[in-house]
Design a protein around this ligand. Structure first.
Ligand SMILES: N[C@@H](CCC(=O)N[C@@H](CS)C(=O)NCC(=O)O)C(=O)O
Length: 207
């Protein structure tokens, strides 16, 4: 069985958690104490030298880090990842974009607001990240104004990767009200069979 080293409030952790629920892949969850630095010391550093969650530990002990690599591994051979070369590359295109243009802005500001004490020395950087985060939401909204999903004409791991921090963007005071297509898409993701919210802290055990 897979083990997901995770933290409940983490969108990056939620990506693999959600995918395994949607795909009905049995897994157990290990809640890490990130504030206590548990991910930054052994034995966890042997699982991910970067010292961050999520890590997916496979049944044979192999460890996989980086949330979007975990999604790609889980989705192989399932409807969440197209076989077609171009469509697959388009899925990856949005997942790389998420890590470069979306997550470092929207997730980072949310983390600062939720988890860290206020710090005026961060103000200028926060303003820059807010600008970049709003731009990312606008890019998503424009795409979703023309397409139901991010790639392949159907729900894929590109949608899971982008959903993770978009649906909680307001916790970082990024307003979703101006982005109607994004809000409708959030509703469509939440309708997927097997969907669990980010607050769902259980692994998946088949009945
Ligand atoms: N690019 C990585 C980012 C992982 C990441 O930033 N993890 C955060 C939680 S969302 C973490 O482990 N923070 C604890 C720390 O850095 O000590 C991914 O997508 O998995």
């Amino acid at each position: 069985m897979h083990t997901l080293y995770d933290s409940l409030n983490s969108g990056n952790g939620y990506k693999g958690r959600l995918a395994m629920h949607l795909l009905r892949i049995p897994f157990r969850r290990v809640q890490m104490d990130l504030r206590g630095g548990e991910s930054r010391r052994e034995p966890f550093l042997s699982k991910n030298p970067e010292g961050r969650i999520p890590v997916l530990e496979l049944g044979d002990g192999t460890c996989l880090f980086e949330s979007n690599a975990i999604l790609h591994y889980l989705a192989e051979g399932t409807p969440l990842l197209p076989d077609d070369r171009l469509l697959r590359a388009q899925v990856l295109q949005w997942m790389f974009w998420e890590q470069y243009s979306h997550e470092p802005n929207i997730a980072t500001v949310r983390h600062w607001l939720l988890d860290l004490p206020p710090d005026p020395s961060r103000d200028a950087l926060e303003q820059q990240k807010r600008k970049n985060g709003v731009r990312a939401l606008e890019i998503m909204d424009r795409h979703l104004g023309q397409h139901g999903w991010f790639a392949g004409g159907r729900f894929t791991i590109a949608d899971i990767a982008l959903f993770a921090y978009t649906h909680v963007a307001e916790e970082g005071r990024f307003m979703l009200a101006p982005h109607a297509h994004v809000r409708e898409w959030i509703g469509r993701v939440q309708q997927q069979p097997g969907f669990v919210p980010i607050t769902h802290g259980e692994g998946y055990t088949p009945r």
